[in-house]
Design a protein around this ligand. Structure first.
Ligand code: NAP
Length: 512
């Protein structure tokens, strides 16, 4: 417990800075961060705490419980205000005071409103007790509410309690993260308010609880902060749809060639191939085309810069978006390639494979052939598998270096080398893998089922364009001009087309 001199020290500060000061003192004294029970035997407030800073919570649901646990663990005295305190008191840590809403807001200067927006108005009876206090709005609207209301929940709360200072915070932190601790979840807590001092107080509280506050400015940003938890993997929608589209296309194509054609023209039932074999021939097609789509926009951007003779003009929006999604497309490519490797390992385990092997062996015996060994096939298979493994290894390296923790440890040149040079190596290895897989089949008439060319020939199209274009840009006439442009040189007349300079966009292609 803090001694009286510390209490005096705290009381000399304004209520808004009391939290920061008290927690700081607790830290410096290295005291166990346990708060004192605030109720006497008949359940009413006994006295204001002298040591730990006081925090109130209105609401006793999942979020309130986790918040109370974390606050108590961080050295705060917590008072929870509920409509039915007796019923839920046992669910809170014993160091928490669970009481009526009116009593819970008496001492704390900071009060968390852990309730849904539709219940805010039920607090209007507490207006007098809440006057001049800090209300922390932790609510998240549903998608429908976000569209329905023009003002954020926090602004709505501020309009109901004009004498209070409303701070928007902690809405991006789940009850689970609060309970498990910030190490196991997202650490960042966006905070916004019209009152800088109140924002500082709540930021210091967040820091004491182990989170990293992020200043989002005034309360007008609350709508943006409230929209954050509504995002579902932003940046992944287009790449995921692209991967799905490619998968459906190649699966249908392989189905027609490998299952439908034998059934219709030869009467063979090969529908058993649908769950594994067709999926396994589809996955590498998707992975390979996706990988080439990571490098195609860079080639297009370079061609555009060469054509325009300047880097100071914006790319078209579609190209800009494409450039921004390269990481996600690359990761999806790696994912499909990894699945392909796993599926391939499963191929020999299939019953159909064993039957085919035995039938082949019987055929050999009946034909009186004792030694089946086709040198060309043996070599082709060895090279084909080796290229595949190398390509997957390189792709995995790219995926690992795109993780923020790894990417942050690399300088710009190292990152550029891995993502650009090694990425291109992965594309070349994948092309060799595909070519050795296809071998001469592109030129065999029997491989054109229903007049459809073998699938691998289709997949080669975009990657070959990318590799050829990259090779072309290595020629001195193009590479010199391109590097001049990327260092700021402009051809005569390029200036008259110039829009406002966008250096960030220009730099995006500097390592292509
Ligand atoms: P909850 O479990 O349903 O709790 C809501 C609480 O509101 C109830 O326990 C109730 O406490 C109180 N309340 C006060 N007046 C009420 C009334 N008129 N009708 C009904 N309830 C009333 O919800 P929650 O999950 O804790 O979420 C609370 C707030 O935190 C929400 O705004 C939510 O968006 C936000 N949030 C939640 C999470 C999460 O992971 N759960 C994460 C971030 C933000 P009493 O019955 O004791 O009065």
């Amino acid at each position: 417990m803090l001694n009286s001199s510390h209490s005096v020290l705290i009381n000399h500060h304004s209520p808004l800075t009391e939290y920061a000061t008290a927690t700081e003192i607790l830290r410096k004294m290295d005291k166990p961060l346990i708060s004192r029970r605030l109720v006497d035997s008949n359940g009413s407030l006994a006295e204001a705490p002298s040591g730990a800073p006081n925090v109130g919570i209105l609401g006793s649901g999942d979020f309130a419980r986790s918040l109370a646990t974390r606050l108590v663990g961080s050295g705060f005295s917590v008072a929870v205000g509920s409509r039915n305190p007796k019923r839920i008191a046992g669910l809170f840590p014993s160091a928490t005071q669970v009481t009526s809403q009116a009593e819970a807001v008496v001492f704390p200067e900071v009060i968390f409103v852990a309730m849904f927006r539709e219940h805010y108005s039920s607090l209007c009876g507490l207006s007098d007790q809440l006057a001049s206090k800090i209300l922390v709005d932790v609510s998240n609207p549903t998608e429908q509410e976000h569209l329905q209301y023009r003002e954020s929940n926090a602004e709505y709360l501020a309009s109901l309690f004009p004498t209070c200072t409303v701070v928007k915070a902690f809405n991006v932190i789940s009850a689970w993260t609060l309970q498990a601790g910030p190490r196991d979840g997202n650490r960042q807590v966006p905070i916004c308010s019209d009152q800088p001092e109140a924002k500082r107080t709540v930021s210091e509280m967040a820091r004491t609880m182990g989170f990293t506050p992020v200043d989002m400015g005034s309360l007008a940003s609350a709508r943006e902060v409230e929209a954050m938890p509504l995002h579902l993997l932003p940046g992944w929608k287009v790449p995921a749809l692209l991967a799905l589209g490619l998968f459906i296309f190649f699966y249908a194509y392989n189905f027609i060639r490998d299952v439908l054609q034998p059934y219709m023209q030869e009467g063979k039932n090969k529908f058993y191939k649908l769950p594994l074999s067709v999926v396994n021939t589809t996955l590498p097609c998707v992975a390979y085309v996706l990988l080439s789509l990571v490098y195609l926009p860079g080639v297009l951007a370079a061609a555009l810069q060469l054509h325009r003779g300047t880097k100071y003009r914006r790319f078209p929006d579609w190209l800009d978006h494409w450039l921004q999604h390269r990481k996600q497309i690359g990761l999806l490519s790696c994912f499909c390639a990894a699945l392909h490797a796993l599926y391939s390992l499963g191929l020999p385990l299939r019953c159909s494979h064993r039957y085919e092997l035995v039938n082949l062996a019987i055929k050999q015996v009946l034909a009186n052939k004792s030694h089946l060994w086709v040198e060309e096939d043996v070599w082709r298979m060895e090279i084909y598998l080796s290229m595949g493994v190398l390509a997957l290894g390189t792709l995995s390296l790219l995926a690992i270096t795109s993780l923020p923790s790894i990417a942050n440890s690399l300088n710009w040149r190292e990152f550029g080398f891995v993502q650009s040079t090694l990425g291109f190596v992965a594309l070349v290895l994948s092309t060799l893998h595909t070519l050795t897989y296809g071998w001469t089949r592109a030129f065999e008439e029997s491989c054109y089922k229903f007049y459809l060319p073998p699938t691998f020939t289709l997949t080669l199209l975009v990657p070959c364009v990318v590799i050829l274009a990259k090779g072309l840009f290595l020629l001195p006439c193009f590479s010199r001009r391109l590097s001049k442009i990327r260092r700021g040189w402009e051809k005569d007349g390029a200036i008259k087309f110039m829009l406002p300079v966008d250096h960030a966009l220009a730099q995006k292609t500097s390592h292509v």
